[in-house]
Design a protein around this ligand. Sequence first.
Ligand SMILES: *Cc1c(COP(=O)(O)O)cnc(C)c1O
Length: 431
Amino acid sequence: MNNLAQRDQQIIWHPYTQMQTAPPPLPIVRGEGALLYDEAGTAYIDAVSSWWVNLHGHCHPHITQRITEQLNRLDHVIFAGFTHEPAVVLAENILQILPTSQAKVFYSDNGSTAVEVALKMAMQYWQIRGQARTKIIAFRDSYHGDTFGAMSVSSRSAFTQPFEKYLFEVLFVDVPVTGREEESINQLKALIQEHDVAAFIFEPLVLGTAGMVMYAPEILDKLMQVCREKQILLIADEVMTGFGRTGRNFACEYLTGQPDMVCLSKGLTGGVMALGVTTCSQNIYDTFLGTEPHQTFFHGHSYTANPIACTAGIASYELLVQPETQAHLQRITTQHQQFIERLRKNPAVKNIRQTGTILALEFNTGPTSYFNQIRDRLYNFALVHQVLLRPLGNIIYILPPYCISDAQLATVYEVIEKMSTLVTDNLHESS
Ligand SMILES: *Cc1c(COP(=O)(O)O)cnc(C)c1O
């Protein structure tokens, strides 16, 4: 049995996949820029940045070169009691571009662990200070990862349902989308009156997994202000929005206020290596200083601050801050805006929204849901047209690597427009 997809199906269990009904996985042999190549040499435009991680295109020569050099110097070293240049330089770099409230960098392995670290820091912070603040507030439709703490602060959905009785209790407020702003603020105020709240965790401006749900920075500022008045710690989960996605380096740059902690992963290494970061304010860090055991933050992973991953992060940072890359962010933003003008005339499309390089729309087909049946047909349709899109139910979004060319973007747009015909046909079939 030589066929890679068949060998895979013998022994591998894929993420977020119903293995009984899933078609065979598509073997990819090479990546270059915004393109992924299969065994037959067919190129696919990676319009979702390989699950929101890739920033500068696949196998970017600068990142590849830096990793290769690092690999010949130091592969890995324990990060308790030891340090190394890639960890220090990457920390210096990201603090350069993060909100000025951020002072210290804690490394872990991925977005979920970055969230776990932030939650544990917030909980222990209040314990050290001798205050019985135990509750966490989150957005009702949020997604913060798949580990238990991260699941707890995420939306109660089909994703979390089998584990619901193992999750800790979280207070939820509605996402302040247009028309729901006051409701959301009032809910927050009421919860804060009633409970001793340790922290508020949020995806700033764009809730990714919820279906690229977007809301205004002015409202987030108001929510943050309400929390500030009660010293509730503010945790910005920028795992998806970080490193340019929103048109600026971080979504928090659109805010007047600043968070106490920031969670980073995904684009942190340019989409090349697994790495997570939780940053915090000097105040949080200082609270943990002392000689009592309960003042130590007992958290760490075997591969904490892996030098190869940190080096990928440095190389990706160097590319991100280049004027050319920043210009790409604006270029993609403008291209999206022009596409939106075209989409507005399309009767099959509704709820078009955009924040920087992220564009989302919904097809007029049944309820807005991850499990909307149209999903698989849309996914396959795009793939046949050599574009990788991962619809969230009837929601289509584009979240491209910044190197994607105007011509490649045009192809993605065209495929989405062709999809809308498919949706119209589908409506006729089912009626
Ligand atoms: C993807 C994501 C996570 C989880 O990151 P993983 O690396 O997949 O564990 C957490 N928060 C947000 C906002 C995300 O989009």
